[in-house]
Design a protein around this ligand. Structure first.
Ligand code: PEP
Ligand code: MG
Length: 585
């Protein structure tokens, strides 16, 4: 048994597929003069293979979506014939005696940096093309095989060193029974995505591994307990199969409350919404009876591609989500990259503290064209549903005003172009920095709603990097300081009469529910899989009792004391009283 950390609950039983490590290992030594011809041959062979591959992809894309998108590959083919690019590579091989792959890497870096410096969108796109083609060429020179996942008919348990959000975005959840990663944290975006997709995940097993896991090894993943069983005995497989059946029966049972209004015993109604990061997560959200989408993490739309999504492409996605939700609200959060979320084609600076660095609204207020493209797309989609805009990582009134000024100019442009949008679109902000909590009353004057991002708020309040395994025990959602931060925010919103929700992972934590009820929070937005369990508990609770409990929580001086009070569960009688048809016993 390997004890890791449970990051997404559920049980998976199946064979392992071990994802290879995809870091380019470039040769350091110089080549001999006598090897020059061989390096040139390797380079030309790599170019030929890359061209064949690109032609194939072009044909496939043309078949799938028509000729328009496939033209992108013509640009890639042209780069491989471009004399300036090729001369640069050849020059590095010939004059500096470097291996072909090193020359290709240096040429890519040279052109990408040069084009990036130009303040010209077209040239920036060309830089992305060079990077994309260059990486393809590198892959062939290094002989790195494609990542081929096992075929559709054999679902597997994925084992990886670490999984980035964009790698996870590539995976088809129907083929992946479960995941275990050697590193990772429960609050990383990959973990959040795994929960949203309902894929069991255990992270941080590296230090506990006594033997390496090989592709084909039999495994059991227990995402709730954070355990991986390697080569389990048949009796253990039977035991876990039984557990799996029980869990799916419980899920079935919860479906019985899908149409119940989320209201406590004494009449407090709470909106229960879903967090999504892609269209494919919307179905789960709707089938869990979500009130709407309280957080659409749009950055995933920017991943899994080789260039920034154009306005039209974004409109298409936002519009589809808005239309599928109909009159149900959809809160679209503007781009929140940086931290642990990267785009292959968007160079972020190397930073000592990326979570404190160039990210989210800070990038958007710097790269205003990128931001305006998204704002225009959201505005255009607002014509088709009940869309709201939310800015992440706000720390000051200035930032809100700057973002709103850009929103205003997008509105003006659309008006002039005669493109319809919701003139009165609501604008809100994430409250996820202590600075924002402290000036919440001032921020409330600028916006229509708040959504508390507990994931970041906890990390910044406690100064505990949410990705750092070594200090994960210090990441305490129920720390008294976090409780006070939350209280300050909700009370400021209430005083100013604006809507306040919670969209961090704590929103779906059953233990935290009495806190939200006591404070009279309006909305909880969470992974779709948590909606029904949270509703089940909500139906059994009384707001009045939660208020008394909260007063006692405020007296607690440690997380342990707070947790001890919150672990109290509603009695079976309370449950039976709340929904007698389901809990007949
Ligand atoms: C949060 O910080 O709580 C949040 C919801 O945003 P993210 O997890 O995407 O940073
Ligand atoms: Mg956040």
């Amino acid at each position: 048994m390997i004890q890791g950390i449970g990051a997404s609950s559920g049980i998976a039983i199946g064979k392992a597929f071990v994802l290879p490590n995809w870091e380019w290992d470039l040769p350091e030594q110089k080549i001999d003069v006598g090897d020059l011809a061989r390096e040139f041959d390797r380079l030309y062979e790599g170019i030929r293979t890359s061209k064949v591959e690109i032609e194939q992809m072009k044909d496939e894309l043309r078949e799938a979506v028509g000729p328009e998108e496939s033209y992108i590959f013509d640009a890639h083919l042209a780069i491989l014939d471009d004399p300036v690019f090729m001369n640069e590579i050849q020059g590095i091989i010939q004059r500096q005696y470097k291996a072909a792959e090193v020359a290709v890497k240096e040429a890519i870096d040279h052109f990408v940096t040069m084009f990036d410096l130009l303040d010209d969108e077209y040239m920036k796109e060309r830089a992305l093309d060079i990077k994309d083609v260059g990486n393809r060429l590198l892959k062939h020179l290094l002989g790195a095989p494609e990542i081929t996942l096992p075929s559709d008919t054999q679902p597997f348990i994925l084992i990886a060193k670490e999984l980035s959000p964009s790698q996870l975005a590539h995976l088809n959840p129907n083929h992946v029974l479960g995941i275990a990663t050697l590193a990772g944290s429960t609050i990383s975006h990959s973990s959040i995505m795994a929960r949203a997709l309902g894929v069991p995940l255990v992270v941080g097993i590296e230090s506990k591994l006594e033997e390496t896991i090989q592709t084909g090894d039999m495994l059991i993943i227990d995402g709730g307990l954070g355990i991986v069983h390697l080569h389990p005995e048949q009796s253990l497989i039977d035991l876990y199969t039984g557990k799996q059946i029980m869990q799916s029966e419980k899920k079935q049972q919860l479906k019985g409350i899908i149409n119940f209004k989320p209201v406590t015993q004494d009449g407090k109604e709470m909106e229960l919404s879903a967090n999504i990061s892609s269209l494919k997560e919307l179905d789960v959200a709707l089938s869990s009876g979500a009130n709407g989408v309280g957080l659409f993490r749009t950055e995933f739309l920017y991943m899994d591609r080789s260039r920034l999504p154009r306005e039209e492409e974004q409109v298409e996605v936002y519009r589809r989500v808005a239309e599928e939700l109909g009159s149900k609200p959809l809160i679209i959060r503007t781009l929140d990259i940086g931290g642990d979320k990267h785009l292959d084609y968007f160079e972020l600076p190397e930073e000592d503290n990326p979570f404190l660095g160039y990210r989210a609204i800070r990038i958007c207020l710097d790269k205003t064209e990128l931001f305006k493209t998204q704002l225009r797309a959201i505005l255009r989609a607002s014509h088709y549903g009940s869309v709201k805009i939310m800015y992440p990582l706000i720390s000051s009134v200035d930032e809100v005003r700057a973002a709103n000024a850009l929103l205003g100019s997008c509105k003006k442009e659309l008006r002039a172009e005669g493109i319809p949008f919701a003139e009165e679109i609501e604008v809100g902000i994430m409250i996820e920095l202590p600075a924002a909590v402290v000036i919440a009353d001032m921020l409330a004057d600028e916006v229509d709603f708040f959504s508390i991002g507990t994931n970041d708020l906890i990390q910044f309040t406690l100064a505990v990097d949410r990705m750092n395994e070594q200090i994960s025990h210090l990441y305490e959602p129920f720390h008294p300081s976090v409780l006070r931060m939350i209280q300050l925010t909700v009370e400021a919103a209430k005083r100013k009469g604006i809507h306040v929700g919670v969209c961090g992972e704590m929103a779906g934590d059953l233990k935290a529910l009495p806190i939200w009820l006591a404070l009279d929070v309006d909305e909880l937005s969470m992974s779709a899989h948590s909606i029904l369990p949270v509703k089940e508990r909500l139906l059994a609770l009384r707001q009045q009792e939660c208020r008394s409990l909260f007063n006692r929580l405020l007296q607690c001086r440690t997380s342990a004391e707070i947790l001890a009070l919150l672990e109290l569960k509603p009695s079976e009688e309370q449950k039976a009283e709340a929904f007698p048809d389901i809990f007949k016993s």
